[in-house]
Write a protein that binds this ligand. Structure first.
Ligand code: UDP
Length: 477
């Protein structure tokens, strides 16, 4: 039988492209042939290290398709999710990407892969897979815990008297409390298209051959079991995929070229005591309103810790006058304007804490590097991820009472609150205990991806399952 060929088709956001590209390299390292399919305008988002890997191995390839929504009579769209400002932009993009079905299917017809790993935002690949009689594997870009919570919330309408009243999410292994304020507000008119795609994604996931998850068993064992045994989903965990390479260069080039020189960054980190630096980043999509940005700046300047703060290029103008010079003069702060080498920073021994928006990749990278976290969720399923960090794993504290918001973080967290949360995770009392638990998970994450580990073994099972499907359905390929 020829080598199994897996096609990866990620949505064009960094939070989806980075882990799927890591997965493609990981699969290739296990002898599978892999192809990443993406639009020509997004291909630069695949990190240099992936592109280099493509050059030296025939096991991994790249195929680009054209994204031309305008030709299909759809309105002009932003093809880059991190440029999205309004909910209307998001709706337009989600409608427009349905035009990718035709070029994607042309590629599948020619290349005849044995399996498609499809992003949740392309629910129509369920039709593609059926047409070519190959398994579709769903990829949601998140973990077992958030998938279980999301599933429970699909069926449950809490009876509470106000949006701030806590309720317990039903049917879960732990008592997880949420408020309505923390839930995606997608049932409003402006989210009509988004809601439609989410429902299609859930349906497509249920009809898929299985789901592949960037997580590891030891991180969330009750939820791996709940997802498989109670929700009856076939799922393989193969993560943390960020651990596929130990190479500094690979860590530097994840997603985008880093805005800071590696040596300058490492020199700064090397000059600090172990666990004395807090890393502050809200991922690739979140926008911080100017008044909230100011409060963060004031809290970081006032706190006792050293910090690295990642500021998006479009927010640079918000840096208060004189702030950068003052924190630089004190040797306590480094501002990275643009893209930060996140995994390289988190993995440095001087970094003890992480203020994060709780994107799944950031949570997993934080866990894989053994840092304690300040959970400051903003949108998507980040509030669920935050609960995993604070209530289940107990490796972080919540920033407090914040509200779900589509693209831009809500305003209102005062500097004193931020300072307190940072002091807690960096402190010797609660902070060290959280770090100890996080470091245990770090070791378990490393073991999971090594030969014989839980994620390594699940990938072996995945390959066996796909080959079994081939034997039954298309023995001639
Ligand atoms: N990332 C990075 N440098 C940055 C911002 C983000 O390397 O300056 C990476 C981060 O390591 C993670 C991904 O981009 O792998 C962001 O994914 P996540 O799920 O955390 O959040 P999103 O950006 O999707 O909200």
């Amino acid at each position: 039988m020829a080598t199994c060929h897996v096609v990866f088709f990620p949505f064009m956001a960094y939070g989806h492209m980075i882990p799927m590209a890591d997965m493609a390299v990981l699969f290739a390292s296990r002898g599978l042939r892999t192809t990443i399919v993406t639009t020509s305008s997004s291909v630069h988002r695949l990190s240099k290290s992936i592109q280099k890997t493509i050059n030296y191995t025939h096991q991994i390839a790249l195929h680009t398709i054209e994204f031309k929504p305008n030709e299909a009579g759809l309105p002009p769209v932003i093809d880059n999710p991190d440029q999205i400002i309004t909910n209307e932009d998001l709706s337009r993009l989600l409608e427009a990407i349905t035009t990718l079905q035709e070029p994607f299917e042309q590629f599948i017809e020619i290349s005849q892969p044995n399996c498609i790993v499809s992003d949740m935002f392309f629910p129509w690949t369920i039709e593609t897979a059926a047409r070519f009689n190959i398994p579709r594997i769903a990829f949601n870009g998140t973990g077992f815990f958030p998938l279980c919570v999301a599933n429970a919330m699909l069926l449950y309408q809490p009876t509470v008297s106000s949006d701030s009243d806590p309720f317990v999410v039903p049917y879960l292994p732990h008592e997880i409390k949420l408020t309505r304020k923390q839930l995606p507000q997608i049932d409003s008119e402006e989210f009509k298209v988004f809601l439609k795609v989410i429902i299609q994604a859930v349906e497509a996931e249920a009809m898929s051959y299985g789901v592949i998850i960037n997580s590891f068993y030891e991180l969330e064992p009750e939820y791996v079991r709940h997802y498989r045994e109670v929700l009856k989903r076939t799922a393989w965990h193969v993560g943390p995929v960020s651990l596929w390479s130990k190479n500094t260069e690979d860590k530097l080039e994840r997603g985008k070229k880093s805005a800071i020189d590696e040596h300058q960054c490492l020199k700064w980190l090397d000059s600090k005591e172990p666990n004395s630096v807090i890393y502050v980043s809200f991922g690739s999509l979140v926008k911080v309103p100017s008044s909230q940005f100011y409060e963060i700046a004031m809290a970081l300047e006032a706190c006792d810790e050293n910090f690295i703060w990642v500021v998006r290029n479009d927010q640079e103008a918000m840096i208060p006058d004189g702030f950068e010079a003052r924190v630089k003069a004190k040797g306590k702060g480094l501002i990275i304007k643009g893209w930060a080498p996140q995994v390289l920073i988190l993995d440095h021994e001087s970094v003890g804490g992480f203020v994060t928006h709780c994107g799944w990749n950031s949570v997993l990278e934080g866990v894989s590097c053994g840092v304690a976290m300040v959970a400051w969720p903003v949108m998507g399923e980040q509030f669920y991820n935050a609960k995993l960090v604070t209530d289940v794993l107990q490796i972080g504290v919540s920033i407090g009472d914040v509200e779900w918001s589509a693209a831009s973080m809500c305003d209102g967290v005062k500097r004193e609150t931020i300072e307190r949360a940072v002091a807690t995770v960096m402190g010797v009392k609660e902070g060290d205990a959280m770090r100890m638990r996080a470091r245990e998970l770090k070791e378990k994450a490393k073991t999971a991806v090594e030969e014989g580990g839980s994620s390594y073994s699940d990938l072996t099972t995945f390959v066996e399952d796909i080959n079994a499907f081939r034997n039954v359905n298309s023995p001639t390929f």
